[in-house]
Write a protein that binds this ligand. Structure first.
Ligand code: URA
Ligand code: SF4
Length: 195
């Protein structure tokens, strides 16, 4: 019987529920402010994350910390950050659906424990996963980024899901970067309304 967030973390760091355990160095469970109203969900750990056991510590993390969170008036310590799958897929391929499903119970517990009011899905994998779990109708990112999708369930309460592009996209696409900065400015405005 698991009865605390720490128990779940301890279980996750030894997890072998899908094939991704075989190639990982470290499980990247997630980190940040457990009392935050804002949860960020990325895709999967990359090379640096796998080495350090922490989410978004490479170039995409730098973009997130220094440009996107800043546009919303936020810092890393203000949010909780995790990924759809907690182990790095080989050569950074996209996680397969059976891996996402095997790992989802951890995300489920993270959402239930942290009780975020806002979930920002970073990129297509996080967006499609959350939309599937909440029975929302998925559309291409250029049609849904920065929009607010209100969901309400018994176990999660009311949450605003806001999809945006993956921070790594901004590293090589300046046009998308400016769209993302606009999304994050708007996220900042929405957060103010909760304060
Ligand atoms: N990309 C992700 O989706 N997650 C990370 O933690 C790092 C890069
Ligand atoms: Fe377990 Fe998730 Fe890692 Fe798969 S990706 S081994 S389900 S922690």
């Amino acid at each position: 019987m698991l009865n605390s967030f720490e128990d779940v973390l301890n279980e996750a760091v030894q997890c072998k529920k899908c094939r991704l355990w075989e190639s990982r160095t470290n499980v990247v469970f997630g980190e940040g402010n457990l009392n935050s109203k804002i949860m960020l969900i990325g895709e999967a750990p990359g090379l640096n994350e796998d080495r350090e056991g922490r989410p978004f510590v490479g170039q995409a993390g730098k973009m997130l910390n220094e440009t996107l969170l800043k546009a919303a008036g936020l810092e890393r310590k203000d949010v909780y950050i995790t990924n759809v799958v907690k182990c790095r897929p080989p050569k950074n391929r996209e996680p397969f659906e059976d891996e996402i499903d095997a790992c989802f119970p951890y995300l489920n517990i993270q959402i239930q424990f942290i009780k975020p009011k806002i979930i920002i899905t970073l990129g297509n994998i996080a967006t499609s996963t959350l939309f599937r779990k909440f029975n929302l109708k998925l559309a291409p990112m250029n049609q849904i980024h920065g929009k607010v999708f209100n969901v309400s369930t018994l176990s999660y309460g009311s949450i605003k899901i806001i999809p945006s592009y993956h921070p790594a996209t901004a590293l090589y696409n300046p046009r998308v970067l400016s769209l993302m900065v606009d999304d994050w400015k708007q996220i900042g405005e929405i957060i103010k309304s909760f304060a």
